[in-house]
Design a protein around this ligand. Sequence first.
Ligand SMILES: [Zn+2]
Ligand SMILES: [Zn+2]
Length: 179
Amino acid sequence: MRVPVTDLIGHPGAAKPFTVTLEREDVGDPGASWGPADDALQGPIELDLDLESVVEGILVRGDVSFAVELPCARCLEPQTSEHTVAVAELFPDPRKREDEDEDDPGYEIVDDLTAIDLSTLIRDAVLMDLPVRVLCREDCLGLCPVCGTDRNAEDCGHRPTDEPDPRWAALADLDLPDS
Ligand SMILES: [Zn+2]
Ligand SMILES: [Zn+2]
């Protein structure tokens, strides 16, 4: 996801908006893994950014918005949630860099100082805000540890004192999406 910045670089104070709706395939290598977001990420990713030229390089600020679908940690019903992550990242101009500055891979000005690649920024934003555990509702009753029935939908009659089937007991404790 390269954005030309020839009009900004070397012109501190210059700025331009960058607003676009992307499919996942538009962000970097089509085959690249999104890690834990690989299955969860749904639909397009929206960028509402400002690119600003500063003495040190190009400052990228704004919002990255996306939707994810994850199973409820108790009853496994898929849950969709919308996320907006505020980002603020500097893409340093290597000519302005102090020798001891560390490289931050993915946040460089590329193509002979004519463009920035937003792929890493977008991926980092998605992964940063990916929920570790979702519930369909706070008081979700989850799956019965004895028979596996969704107890939100139906009372199977089992009580916590009944002998659990070990397969469903394991499911009830499942902390998704760590699988
Ligand atoms: Zn649930
Ligand atoms: Zn049951």
